[in-house]
Design a protein around this ligand. Structure first.
Ligand SMILES: [Zn+2]
Length: 148
């Protein structure tokens, strides 16, 4: 009896661990990017294949929505010689005028003013472009527990 209880416990622990690692975690944005949650509305940070940054505003269900007159700037890369990107509206999103500077794990600072009379919200994180081996998202949008 004792033996069975131990075995049951081991199986339960084994089953619980991988599920837990991917359960109750953040989710990626509609394009597979990182959801920026500091401001309202939320916005998705996504790096396009040509390394431009696409910012898409999201509604309460984290679906893309049109947001007029947002002001967005991104500063990234080498602290001594940072690259500044500005954004223009493209469909439902805002796309940077230039690609991100070289490097696969750039520190970036994004400042978003979603509405003309809103306040500017600043988000800072590492734009790690490597692909996560677990969730297959880019690391900057990784939805695994270890990301945050
Ligand atoms: Zn991941």
């Amino acid at each position: 009896m004792k033996h069975i209880l131990i075995l049951t416990g081991l199986v339960a622990a084994f089953l619980a661990s991988p599920v837990h690692a991917h359960g109750s975690v953040g989710k990626a944005g509609p394009n597979g990017g990182r959801i920026l949650k500091k401001g309202e509305p939320h916005a998705e940070f996504f790096v396009t294949p040509d390394k431009k940054v696409r910012i898409t505003f999201l509604n309460a269900e984290d679906k893309p929505m049109t947001q007029e007159n947002a002001q967005i700037t991104l500063t990234g890369g080498d602290r001594a010689n940072p690259t500044k990107l500005t954004f223009t509206k493209d469909g439902d999103s805002y796309v940077s005028d230039k690609p991100l500077p070289e490097g696969n794990n750039l520190p970036v600072v994004i400042q978003i003013k979603a509405t003309a009379d809103g306040k500017t919200v600043t988000e800072k994180f590492g734009a790690n472009l490597a692909t996560c081996g677990e969730c297959k998202h880019p690391e900057y949008a990784c939805t695994c527990d270890h990301a945050e």
